[in-house]
Design a protein around this ligand. Structure first.
Ligand SMILES: [Zn+2]
Length: 192
């Protein structure tokens, strides 16, 4: 999430390289035959909402194969209107019943502020965004806030399992965010 003044140069070459890999992928598929048809409905019934951070390999982390889960990613892994939209489709049209929400340590969103980012974008582009960045200062507290947003959403099934976690980018370990863990965390930070 660093600022790029003009999108020219290396990025276009990288896209070319990726397209070449995609052609190889399709060729391999053709060579190995159609295989077993993957159903449209995610096999695990799970939807994962996570930060787009390039250090997190969601499929590897949760051992997900093609067809297993819906994975929705954005800057921060925050619950926006569009995440609610996608989750509504995921649940009501494609049968998922569980949500895993994932933020992580050393997230770029902790370094930014909504107002500062908007001002900097306006300065660089001449246009002030109509959307809010949705930055946060405490990762666990934001996971909790996002969980509450999901639980109170009228578009999600009331019986949906919603669990939230912080992924440590250094150790790859997950820490679950619960009311208890949040209370313990607050006690530690207020007594230090
Ligand atoms: Zn992040």
């Amino acid at each position: 999430m660093t600022s790029a003044p003009d999108n020219v140069g290396p990025a276009q070459d990288a896209t070319g390289a990726l397209l070449s890999r995609a052609a190889d992928f399709a060729a391999l598929r053709r060579a190995t035959g159609p295989g077993q048809a993957v159903p449209t409905r995610p096999a695990t019934g799970v939807a994962v909402v996570a930060c787009m951070d390039a250090r997190i390999n969601i499929e590897a982390l949760f051992g997900l194969a093609e067809g297993d889960a819906h994975i929705m990613r954005n800057a921060g892994g925050v619950v926006t209107e569009d995440i609610e939209r996608s989750l509504a489709v995921s649940q009501h049209a494609l049968g998922t019943t569980e949500i895993i929400l994932l933020h992580h340590t050393k997230c770029g969103m902790e370094q930014l502020t909504d107002e500062g980012f908007s001002a900097s974008l306006a300065e660089q582009t001449g246009v002030r965004p109509s959307w809010r960045l949705r930055s946060f200062t405490n990762v666990a507290e934001d996971v909790w806030a996002c969980m509450q947003t999901l639980r109170s959403s009228p578009f999600l099934r009331a019986s949906t399992s919603v669990r939230g976690f912080v992924y440590d980018v250094d150790t790859s370990e997950l820490t679950e965010v619960t009311e208890e863990s949040l209370a313990a965390h607050k006690q530690v930070t207020s007594s230090s």
